[in-house]
Ligand binder design. Structure first.
Ligand code: 2M8
Length: 439
């Protein structure tokens, strides 16, 4: 066991080192994703903190350097002019927003706010606490400003829940949850050259028609210079996502705890506390589906819940959102639908739903970042055995199938040689496996 563990950790370190760039950030996967992604950076920094603290700090620093003057942090920072990815900076045009960074080209959309809880994790991992505290002191206000940005600009009805206006903001790009929204839209047929399908089999990626929807939503945002109020008024995609809001809540807590360590900052702590209470209450009230026994997404544009269970439904465990009683219902739902003996935990979409696809990206495969959060959440609520299963399943998949982007949740795929799906040598898989093995 010990030798095996060391061996995976060394392989994971090799993946991360190979993906680290001169500019001080880590690409998610060579070829497929050649820039810096917001939530990837966070997960990567957790892994880096175990063996290369300088790189871990750099990862966070380079991301936060690209913050806009209104506190917004973009989902992709285009540090280089690489044209092997579509859509690139020339499509996204972050310069249209008056407060966007003048120094860094980026997208005009964001991703789940993981940075604050990542900073807290980094502090917990390293031995030299003083050094890390100094680093955090220099970065924390930027992360706070990002949370203020969300509450002041992404919550038009002042509910305590923030919206996302694009499926790429969710991180769960082609989840079947979005199919309900695509059904309400009829975007034009765009002409463009896909780059992702030159790196990964098309059967494991979103369809061309799905990409038309993705591009169309960006076009609407661009026509309005990425103005948040206009987007809230006009975007055909406007969703309160349980994963995104759970990350915000988890990060609010981390920010408050970190500020408390430093002393002072009473105003900031009070602001976060007020919003935290509202957010948790609204989350439990609006996003809980009693019949499904799970948290679900809410479609603000069409004013209705999107009633499907996905791995996002379980992310509130990581943020301490459900009561003990509700957590039990949620875990039972997960075990009934996702937890059969013939499956690895945890599929990204409900295997009992007819939209489930075990090979297609966010429509069913297991993702290590979601498992990492699930493992922590289950442990926190006292589900030690199920947590251990999530941990072991993750390690087994990576050990056998490789450091891939996503994995088949079926124990028997019908194929002789198993392999992971999507990009190979994928950074957050490597980073979080290190943390899962050490934790
Ligand atoms: C995937 O998303 C990008 C767009 O952001 C893509 O498909 O081109 C998602 O899995 C997302 O969650 C992830 O951050 C990104 C980079 O790993 O890839």
């Amino acid at each position: 066991m010990y030798v095996m563990k060391e061996n995976i950790i060394n392989r994971a370190i090799n993946v991360l080192d190979a993906n680290f760039q001169k500019g001080g950030f880590t690409i998610p996967s060579k070829g497929l994703y050649p820039f810096q992604w917001k939530w990837d950076s966070g997960f990567i920094a957790v892994g880096l903190a175990h063996y290369n603290i300088d790189h871990a700090k750099k990862e966070i620093e380079t991301l936060l350097n690209a913050q806009w003057d209104n506190g917004f942090i973009p989902h992709i920072v285009f540090h280089t002019d690489d044209d092997s990815y579509f859509p690139g900076h020339d499509f996204h045009r972050s310069d249209l927003h008056p407060l966007s960074s003048k120094k860094y080209k980026s997208t005009g959309m964001t991703q789940p706010p993981v940075t604050a809880f990542v900073l807290q994790d980094m502090l917990n991992i390293v031995d030299d606490k003083e050094d890390m505290l100094n680093f955090i002191k220099g970065q924390i206000d930027k992360v706070y400003d990002n949370h203020v940005y969300f509450y002041e600009n992404r919550d038009p009805q002042n509910e305590g829940l923030v919206y996302i206006y694009h499926n790429w903001e969710s991180g769960t790009d082609n989840s079947p949850v979005w199919d309900d929204i695509w059904d309400t839209m009829n975007p034009p047929e765009y002409t463009f050259e896909r780059k992702d399908t030159t790196h990964v089999d098309a059967s494991q990626r979103p369809s061309k028609r799905e990409y038309d929807h993705y591009l169309y939503i960006i076009d609407i945002a661009k026509q309005n210079n990425y103005d948040d109020a206009k987007i809230a008024e006009l975007s055909p995609f406007l969703v309160q996502d349980p994963l995104f809001n759970a990350m915000l809540i988890k990060s609010n807590k981390a920010l408050m705890e970190l500020y408390e360590l430093f002393g002072g900052n009473e105003d900031k702590i009070a602001y976060l506390r007020k919003n935290q209470e509202r957010s948790i209450a609204a989350f439990n009230q609006k996003l809980w589906d009693n019949e499904l026994g799970a948290y679900v997404h809410y479609d603000m544009r069409n004013d209705k819940p999107i009633r499907h269970v996905s791995s996002s439904s379980f992310s509130p465990l990581f943020a301490g959102i459900p009561s003990k009683e509700r957590a039990e219902v949620l875990v039972n739902t997960m075990m009934d639908r996702f937890g059969g003996d013939d499956k690895y935990l945890c599929a990204s979409f409900d295997p009992t739903d007819n939209r489930f696809n075990p090979r297609k990206y966010w429509r069913g495969p297991v993702w290590i970042n979601m498992n990492w959060m699930l493992y922590r959440g289950l442990k926190e609520y006292g589900y030690k055995e199920i947590a251990a299963r999530v941990q072991n399943d993750s390690i087994e998949l990576v050990e056998r199938d490789g450091f891939f982007e996503y994995f088949d949740c079926r124990k028997d795929t019908g194929e002789e040689i198993r392999k992971g799906y999507g990009g190979d040598n994928f950074s957050w898989t490597a980073a979080l496996i290190i943390d899962l093995l050490k934790g």
